[in-house]
Design a protein around this ligand. Structure first.
Ligand code: SAM
Ligand code: DTB
Ligand code: SF4
Length: 333
């Protein structure tokens, strides 16, 4: 562990260290904005220092995603291709049968992924659906893969049943800064999301929670996103940082373009403020050059989604990823 101090920092000078884990010190949004405001090379250097103090440089965890229930969602998340009310041309599908899920899981294992993440376009799972997903978790675990699911909001009992089935991770993103959340979603609140995350945590399941960059939130919005993740006690074990994929037919389709360096900065600030978390370079890699991805790894990203698809969108090709790993000397874990 790095030496830490509970003393917080003035907004003008970027903080030197993270708050000590055993204090109630919190990251102030101003501290995080100060990190974002550092000259790029200084920020990258700091992120590398923190990364190398907590992880082996060059080791990257790979998870494969599968959409087990696509489209027709009741919620209105402005970025999402799967909201029933957005006309994205996506066909609504039923819950995928177990055997088909297992075929995908076996392929993911054969490709070298260590975790299999199943996503469903639900506000929250119904009893019959949860029972089916629990069966999927049990069977995927038997293949020797770690399991992750993202099913929308859960109550405490649902979280306990998933934990009992051996679920390793639950993904539930806070997505953006608290004050920007109502601009993006109106059918549930950020507090609903935080309640689910707390239930997942209480059930003993690892938390995967992160957000999306490039929804017009600005640097202050990105600082607000990172602050709420870093101030969770403990921070999520896995922090996906997604670059908005602008789907035609969604309200965010015509969003502003994001400076790629601001995406890299977000990764670096996540790394510095959540030294022990896996920071996952998530949606948007398909459109990123190898050089930009290399900067993200330099900034402290140490996990990716691996495989031809995310949920409904394409992902970087596995063969391109293998070449990139070889070119950069990255090792998958
Ligand atoms: N319904 C569940 C939920 O909302 O948690 C699970 C599926 S949802 C698609 C999972 C996450 O994918 C979202 O929280 C969001 O962060 C990310 N995501 C969805 N659409 C995206 C897009 N167009 N670009 C980037 N990330 C996206
Ligand atoms: C996360 O933060 N990103 C993944 C995973 N968690 C479930 C999903 C990205 C979805 C990108 C858009 C799509 O494929 O529909
Ligand atoms: Fe999409 Fe999940 Fe929101 Fe439904 S709850 S619209 S699947 S992000």
């Amino acid at each position: 562990m790095m030496t830490t101090s509970p003393v917080r920092f003035a907004a003008q000078s970027a903080p030197e260290t993270a708050p000590a884990a055993d204090t109630d010190a919190r990251w102030r949004v101003a501290d995080i904005e100060a990190l974002f405001a550092l000259p790029f090379l200084d920020l990258m250097f700091r992120a590398q220092e923190v990364h190398r103090a907590h992880f082996k440089a060059g080791e990257v965890q790979r998870s494969t995603l599968l959409s087990i229930k696509t489209g027709g969602c009741s919620e209105d998340c402005g970025y999402c291709s799967q909201a029933a009310r957005h006309h994205t041309g996506l066909e609504r599908e039923r819950l995928m049968p177990l055997e088909e899920v297992l075929e995908h899981a076996r392929a993911a294992r054969a490709s070298g992924s260590s975790r299999f993440c199943m996503g469903a376009a639900w506000r929250s799972p119904k009893e019959k659906d949860l029972a089916a997903v629990i069966e999927m978790v049990r069977e995927v675990k038997k293949l020797g893969l770690e399991t992750c699911v993202t099913l929308g909001m859960l109550d405490g009992e649902q979280a306990r049943r998933l934990a009992e089935a051996g679920l390793d991770y639950y993904n539930h993103n806070v997505d953006t800064a608290p004050d920007y959340y109502p601009e993006i979603v109106t059918t549930h609140t950020l507090q609903d999301r935080l309640d689910t995350i707390e239930k997942v945590r209480d059930a003993g399941i690892n938390v995967c929670s992160g957000g999306i960059v490039g929804m017009g939130e600005g640097q202050a919005g990105r600082a607000g996103l990172i602050a709420q993740l870093a101030n969770m006690t403990p921070p999520p074990e896995s922090v996906p940082i997604n670059k908005l994929i602008p789907f035609p037919g969604t309200p965010l389709a015509e969003g502003e373009t994001l400076d790629p360096f601001d995406f890299v900065r977000t990764i670096a600030v996540a790394r510095i403020t959540m030294p022990e978390s896996f920071v996952r370079l998530s949606a948007g890699r398909e459109q990123m050059s190898d050089e930009l991805q290399a900067l993200c790894f330099m900034a402290g990203a140490n996990a990716i989604f691996y495989g031809e698809r995310l949920l409904t969108a394409g992902n970087a090709d596995a063969s391109d990823d293998m070449r990139l790993f070889a070119r950069l000397g990255l090792v998958s874990i």
